[in-house]
Ligand binder design. Sequence first.
Ligand SMILES: NC(=O)c1ccc[n+]([C@@H]2O[C@H](COP(=O)([O-])OP(=O)(O)OC[C@H]3O[C@@H](n4cnc5c(N)ncnc54)[C@H](O)[C@@H]3O)[C@@H](O)[C@H]2O)c1
Length: 244
Amino acid sequence: MTARLLDHTVVLTGATGGLGTAIASRLIEEGAEVVLTDVDEDRCAELAATLRGRTRTAVLDVSSEQDWAGLVGRLGRLDGLVNNAGVGSLGTVVDETRARWDDVIAIDQLGTWLGMKYCGPLLEDGGGAVVNIGSILGTTGGLGNSVAYAAAKGAVRSLTLNAALHWATSGVRVNAVVPGFIGTDQLHERFAGTDRHRSMLANTPMGRLGRPAEVAAAVAFLLSEDAAYTTGTELLVDGGWSAR
Ligand SMILES: NC(=O)c1ccc[n+]([C@@H]2O[C@H](COP(=O)([O-])OP(=O)(O)OC[C@H]3O[C@@H](n4cnc5c(N)ncnc54)[C@H](O)[C@@H]3O)[C@@H](O)[C@H]2O)c1
């Protein structure tokens, strides 16, 4: 594999989750130093111990401006940001609760904006790149539920386009990776054998769940110079879901 991210420092949020772990691993293979951030300090340290490469760890609640300001103050330089942290919700337009709505919007939507707001000045210094993790539930009607998640991921799409235009002439590229249903351990634990799991498979043209490594490969591409003329785009990693 070509190491396309040598000398790059990349901040990754939600690093200890199913996709975060795969993204961290791929970025390290590509030569990057990865700043592994998550809400749980112990899990960050455990992940860092399993990865062979240059890592730093930091506790970061993406919805906290204080946390972002503290992290950015310690970084020095930055070449990439992956806004990956996210939480789901299954509630429909009528049965979602206000508390759950606020939580999902704070992490998935506000957290994505805060990441770009606070990391932006460092990225501008070196001409860096942002990859926001969206979802097909934010770009389509999904399965007709997960309303708060859909709203937040829809906002991730417009935030990506808006920031891409803002930075178009400053050398900072902003793109989104839009996964379909990815078979992380967490997804299997939660949904294996359920109607929702069957529905995910039935509605995915390729007839299988995605692999975390397939999402990670898309992230690495968008962070790299191979994507030097690519900004404001969404890279679908969805097994054909959006082609239907
Ligand atoms: N797995 C899928 O099928 C799928 C599909 C589409 C999009 N996504 C998106 O991919 C991203 C990663 O998903 P995943 O499947 O790895 O989920 P996951 O639940 O395994 O990981 C999410 C991570 O985010 C962290 N997190 C939660 N709240 C946080 C906060 N306030 N601040 C910082 N970190 C926080 C969690 O600790 C966890 O490590 C999410 O944005 C998710 O919406 C996942």
